[in-house]
Design a protein around this ligand. Structure first.
Ligand SMILES: Cc1cc2nc3c(=O)[nH]c(=O)nc-3n(C[C@H](O)[C@H](O)[C@H](O)COP(=O)(O)OP(=O)(O)OC[C@H]3O[C@@H](n4cnc5c(N)ncnc54)[C@H](O)[C@@H]3O)c2cc1C
Length: 427
């Protein structure tokens, strides 16, 4: 009998799980609550034609699983390095632009060194990279100039949590990978997340016979004897075959709603993105900011997207006030790149607030559920495990869930499938 894997959630973790399942020739179907796949990694396509990603996403060449996924879906060539000469960092206090290498090896060149980097700083960074005990990142570095020019921007970009609280061990996982030669190249999608990642993934899945069903929210898991026997979706109930499996590729709060006994992380950090519709640059550029609310700007041909991660302090403020402030901050840097930008002429603007952009990755033990809480069900999602919650961890979690179920002995039901559900099972 055919074994089908039912995957709930068409974010990166769900798509990665489906790709892993179908790579072996197995059957998969993906159910997604939203009208489009992609989850937190998506392009917004409003009717007014101002098309942009929900928020800028970057990958590093160190993200081996994500890069392999791009290759598997034929999309590696769509991700390119906008700043091969080192990341331009604009200091909003002095108006100076500096280039910083992301790989520590590039710091051998004085022109790529983070401002204020000294030998004792290198020793501190090494302590951070090989830290045995989890501590807040800032407590390992101390109050030094590189906090501002390197550590805080890097921590917030990777962990979406301020360095004063962020987990040194999670950051160290990412930094150790950046140590490998060639691993510190920063990549962005040439046209956008949907076109360069989600659509190629969906096309690959469909070519393998898998289907992605959007607009279907999993309302309830139907269970019996520690197995899932059915999925109650928005407008249908799917009953499972005896060999069928389920992967829940969902955010932690959805997992907890469906399986309330499971421990999951409950604190989150927001990311705010402001998109300015204006003529940009044919070849996209990516610049960082220090000393400003703005942290990163991606300049695309038709718009400029500015990111504020760990945005707790501003996420509840009036969106147009925040957008106005950020516009004033980024104008000098945009002018420096040759763009026609003036403080008094703010272009059409859209603000996207992702209030639960990632889990809060503080230096503390985060609640974690078992990866296979029911005999034929595994969990996936960027929040599982101890790596930074990113595209890379979402891809890895999807692959891991597929692996677990492939090798699990999924106990078959000991009662006939047409047995009526017990109400407590179905609740
Ligand atoms: C603004 C922003 C910027 C980011 N920048 C970066 C970056 O630069 N680099 C990086 O690597 N990562 C970045 N991330 C993180 C990255 O987006 C996530 O790690 C990744 O997308 C998580 O994928 P996921 O599949 O685990 O979760 P999600 O994307 O949340 O996917 C879960 C899916 O499940 C669906 N769903 C929820 N409930 C149900 C239900 N009951 N039934 C059916 N479907 C349901 C959701 O609609 C969603 O599609 C960023 C995130 C944000 C928000």
């Amino acid at each position: 009998m055919t074994r089908r894997t039912h995957i709930v959630g068409a974010g990166i973790a769900g798509l990665s799980a489906a790709l892993a399942v179908t790579a072996d020739g197995n059957d998969a179907v993906v159910y997604e609550a939203a009208p489009q796949p992609g989850g937190r990694c998506r392009t917004l396509q409003p009717v007014d034609g101002f098309i942009h990603d929900n928020g800028t996403h970057v990958l590093f060449t160190a993200n081996a699983h994500a890069i392999n996924l791009l290759k598997a879906i034929g999309a590696r060539g769509r991700w390119f390095e906008p700043e091969p000469q080192g990341l331009p960092l604009y200091d909003g206090r002095t108006g100076e632009m500096q280039h910083v290498g992301l790989s520590p090896w590039s710091w051998l060149l004085p022109s790529r060194r983070p401002q204020g980097l000294t030998l004792p700083d290198l020793a501190r960074i090494l302590r951070l990279v090989f830290t045995a005990k989890d501590r807040p990142v800032a407590s390992l570095i101390g109050n030094r100039p590189i906090m501002d020019s390197l550590i805080e921007p890097l921590t917030v970009a990777v962990l979406n949590t301020p360095a004063a609280q962020a987990s040194s061990q999670r950051l160290a996982c990412a930094l150790r990978k950046l140590l490998r030669p060639g691993a510190g190249r920063l990549l962005v999608a040439r046209n956008g997340l949907s076109e360069d990642l989600i659509e190629p993934a969906v096309a690959t899945l469909e070519a393998r016979g898998a289907s992605i069903v959007t607009g279907q929210r999993l309302r309830m898991l139907l269970t019996s004897h520690e197995r899932v026997i059915g999925l109650a979706l928005t407008d249908r109930t799917v009953m499972l075959g005896p060999d069928d499996r389920v992967i829940l590729a969902l955010p932690p709060y959805e997992v907890q709603r469906l399986l309330p006994a499971l421990p999951v992380p409950t604190s989150f950090e927001p990311i705010l993105n402001v998109h300015y519709r204006m003529p940009g640059l044919a070849n996209p550029r990516f610049i960082g900011f220090t000393g400003t609310l703005a942290q990163w700007a991606l300049i695309r041909p038709t718009h400029v997207s500015v990111t504020v991660s760990a945005a707790d302090a501003v996420v509840d403020q009036n969106a147009s006030d925040v957008a106005e402030r950020i516009w004033r901050e980024v104008v000098p840097a945009l002018r420096g790149l040759g763009l026609d930008a003036t403080s008094g002429r703010q272009p059409e603007t859209r603000v996207v607030k992702e209030k639960r952009a990632t889990i809060r990755q503080a230096a503390e033990v985060l609640p974690q559920p078992p990866l296979q809480p029911l005999a034929n069900l595994a969990l996936a999602g960027d929040w599982l495990g101890s790596l930074p919650a990113t595209i890379e961890s979402a891809v890895m979690a999807g692959e891991q869930a597929a692996f677990i179920l492939r090798h699990a002995r999924c106990t078959r039901p000991s009662v006939p499938r047409d047995r009526p559900l017990k109400t407590e099972d179905a609740a």
